[in-house]
Design a binder for this molecule. Structure first.
Ligand SMILES: Nc1nc2c(ncn2[C@@H]2O[C@H](COP(=O)(O)OP(=O)(O)OP(=O)(O)O)[C@@H](O)[C@H]2O)c(=O)[nH]1
Ligand SMILES: [Mg+2]
Length: 337
């Protein structure tokens, strides 16, 4: 399943420009599927020469025009938020604009938390099991939101987190910050981008500096021209590549690979997922029928040329149900039926 990314942020910050640059023509009506660039996948494909190569995908969606409430509702359905801030044009004040935008999300969460709190308060008085601990978490969340802060910055134990997830808070979603910078301030982005970075650091979220307009212009060029023009701006990777890596980091994702002759493929997976859960990304039945995982690395596979060659040489590691699949693993899942 693709990762769902919503492009959100203040009005006129360049969301649609960035969206168009990211999808470069492969999408419509504000929704596009994007292949995540990954040099490891390219190396695997070059070594294995499969019939088909399939990249990990993100589903990118642009904020549709609408009211503030509609914009909040839109942000709710995403896995990861990409928050675009205006760092170009006259008097950019990205910190103030991002805070104002965040406030809409904070108010929406406050409403959900307060609604739930009313119910849980009654349950707690009636002595219902677990109601008191939920009441405590909601009260802490309410105080945090009352202070104008997003729930992402509230420190919680994992069981408390779980309880709070019950109200589907939008300010707890992982976020990536994009400082949409004026060309002449690239690659660093200057003072406006520094403000965005400070906001992002405060909540340990990744921040990226790019120019959405430049990225969309680059999309028109062939790869060699793109690379040359990027180098002229001191940029060494596409905006898409950098955003994808940040989305993976913020969303707690890793990529593992499968490498057969029919298909070489990259699979997004939650970090620290046990092997059967990782296998279920390929097919839901794989979780139940999981027998073992045969594991190697991209470099080993590229050197050997195929999984079969590694297996014959006894160089595939055999791992069981408890194994946590790692970023960059190349895996063959043995499943029963
Ligand atoms: N100089 C410069 N202008 C940009 C850049 N990105 C967007 N713009 C301009 O900013 C204006 C708004 O861009 P949009 O992409 O429509 O912004 P938006 O966030 O989608 O706007 P809304 O959907 O109305 O909230 C347009 O005139 C863009 O051309 C950029 O990187 N540099
Ligand atoms: Mg727009």
């Amino acid at each position: 399943m693709p990762v769902n990314v919503a492009i959100v942020g203040p009005t006129g910050s360049g969301k649609t420009t960035l969206f168009n640059a990211l999808i470069s023509g492969r999408g419509a009506d504000g929704v596009g599927m994007v292949d995540v660039p990954d040099e490891r996948l390219d190396r695997l494909a070059a070594a294995v020469k499969p019939l088909k190569t399939t990249a990990a995908q993100v589903r990118v969606e642009d904020t549709p025009p609408g009211s503030r409430a509609q914009r909040v509702a839109f942000a709710r359905q995403a896995d990861v938020l990409v928050k675009v801030a205006r760092c170009f044009g006259p008097d950019p004040d990205p910190a103030a604009e991002l805070e104002e935008f965040a406030l809409d999300l904070v108010l929406a969460d406050l409403a959900s938390v307060e609604r739930r709190l009313e119910i849980v308060a009654k349950e707690a008085r009636a002595g219902k099991k677990d109601a008191q601990s939920e009441h405590d978490v909601l009260t802490a969340a309410k105080a945090h939101l009352d202070g104008g802060k997003e729930l992402r910055t509230l420190t919680l134990e994992s069981d408390q987190r779980e309880l709070l997830m019950g109200v589907f808070p939008v300010t707890m979603k992982p976020a990536v910050y994009v400082a949409n910078s004026a060309d002449q301030l690239l690659p660093g982005g200057g003072e406006p981008a520094a403000k965005v970075a400070r906001l992002a650091n405060a909540e340990r979220a990744p921040a990226i500096v790019l120019s959405a307009r430049l990225e969309s212009e680059l999309g028109e060029l062939d790869p060699a021209e793109q690379a040359e023009m990027r180098a002229g701006y001191g940029i060494d990777e596409s905006g898409l590549g950098r955003i994808a890596r940040a989305v993976w980091e913020a969303g707690g994702l890793i990529t593992y690979f499968t490498a057969g002759e029919p298909e070489v493929r990259a699979w997004p997976c939650e970090r620290d997922a046990p092997a059967p859960i990782a296998a279920a990304k390929i097919h839901t039945d794989f979780e139940k029928h999981f027998i073992r995982a045969e594991v190697t690395s991209v470099d080993e596979l590229v050197a050997a040329g195929s999984m079969d060659a590694l297996r014959a040489a006894g160089k595939l590691r055999v791992e069981g149900r408890e194994y946590r699949v790692k970023d960059g693993d190349v895996v063959f899942f043995r499943v029963g039926r």
